[in-house]
Design a protein around this ligand. Structure first.
Ligand code: ADP
Length: 247
C-alpha cells in the first residue's frame, strides 16, 4: 500500500486550473522530487496535500485514511509536516525553542489514530534532540535565528518538521537562495533524513540535486503530472525536455 495516494486532484483559482487532475502515489521511505516550470502547480499540489488549499475534486489518502477536506492542523497530527518557500522562524525564540514548537501535538509514533494528544515532555525532548543532531545543529541550539546564516536557518525549519516525526515531509524549494556549498550540504542532510526512515517530497529546480537525492521524480506542467519515474529516465523523456528544459 502506498503511503499517500492522490487521485484526480483538482484545485482551481477562479478560471485557473492550478492542479488539473493529478493522480500520483508516494511510497514509504522514498525521496520524491517534484519539478516543473514556474506556475505549473507544484506549490498548489503541496498545499492541497497539507490542507492549505481546498480540493475542488479528487482525494488525498494517507495510510488508507482520507485526509482531503481536513484542516492543516488535523493533517499535521496525522503525520504530514511541511516547510514553506519563505523561512518562517520566530526571531525571539532560540533555535531549539523554534524546533520544539508544535512537537508536543505531533503524531504519537505508530499511532495515527491518537492524533493530536499531547506527548509527554520526555518524548518531546527526545524528538527535539534527535532532530537537532540529525540536522547538525547542536552548536547552534541556543542561538537566535538571526545569528545564523541563511542555509542554517533553512535547516532549523527542516529540523522542526523532523521533530514532529511525521510519516511524510513536504519541502517547498528548500534549496532556494542557497550557495552551492550550502546546497551540497543540505542534499547530504536530506539523504540522511531519508535513511532515518522519513518519506520526502521535495520541490526543486536543480536537476543535479534531483539526481543526487531523489529515487522517484514527478514532472508537472499546466497543473498536470506529465511524467514520472526514476530521475534519469524521466528527465530524458521528450515531453519533459520540451516542457521543463525548454528543448
Ligand atoms: P508552481 O509552484 O509550480 O510555481 P503554483 O502552484 O504556485 O505553481 O501556481 C500554479 C498556478 O496557480 C499559477 O497559475 C498561479 O498563478 C496560480 N495560483 C497559485 N496560487 C494562487 C492563488 N492563491 N490565487 C490565484 N491563483 C493562484
Amino acid at each position: 500500500m502506498s503511503l499517500l495516494s492522490i487521485v484526480d486532484a483538482q484545485v482551481r483559482f477562479g478560471g485557473v486550473r492550478a492542479v488539473d487532475g493529478v493522480t500520483i502515489s508516494l511510497e514509504r521511505g522514498n525521496v520524491h522530487g517534484l519539478v516543473g516550470p514556474n506556475g505549473s502547480g507544484k506549490t498548489t499540489l503541496v498545499n492541497a496535500i497539507s490542507g492549505f488549499a481546498r480540493l475542488h475534486d479528487g482525494s488525498v489518502t494517507l495510510n488508507d485514511e482520507q485526509i482531503s477536506g481536513m484542516r492543516p492542523d488535523q493533517i499535521f497530527t496525522r503525520g504530514i509536516s511541511r516547510t514553506f518557500q519563505s523561512i518562517r522562524l520566530l526571531s525571539t525564540l532560540t533555535v531549539r525553542e523554534n524546533i520544539l514548537i508544535g512537537t508536543d501535538r505531533a503524531r504519537a509514533e505508530g499511532d495515527g489514530r491518537g492524533a493530536g494528544k499531547l506527548l509527554p515532555r520526555d518524548a518531546v525532548n527526545d524528538r527535539v534532540d534527535h532532530a537537532v543532531a540529525l540536522l547538525g545543529l547542536e552548536k547552534f541550539a541556543g542561538d537566535f535565528p538571526s545569528q545564523l546564516p541563511y542555509g542554517l536557518q533553512r535547516r532549523v525549519e527542516i529540523a522542526r518538521s523532523v521533530a514532529s516525526r511525521p510519516e511524510l515531509i513536504l519541502l517547498d524549494e528548500p534549496f532556494a537562495g542557497m550557495s552551492r556549498a550550502e546546497r551540497d550540504e543540505l542534499s547530504d542532510v536530506l539523504i540522511e533524513i531519508a535513511d532515518d526512515g522519513f518519506t520526502l517530497l521535495v520541490i526543486e529546480h536543480d536537476m543535479r540535486i534531483i539526481h543526487k537525492i531523489c529515487s522517484h521524480l514527478f514532472v508537472m506542467n499546466f497543473g498536470r503530472c506529465i511524467a514520472e519515474g526514476s530521475p534519469r529516465e524521466t528527465a530524458e523523456l521528450e515531453i519533459v525536455q520540451e516542457a521543463y528544459l525548454g528543448k
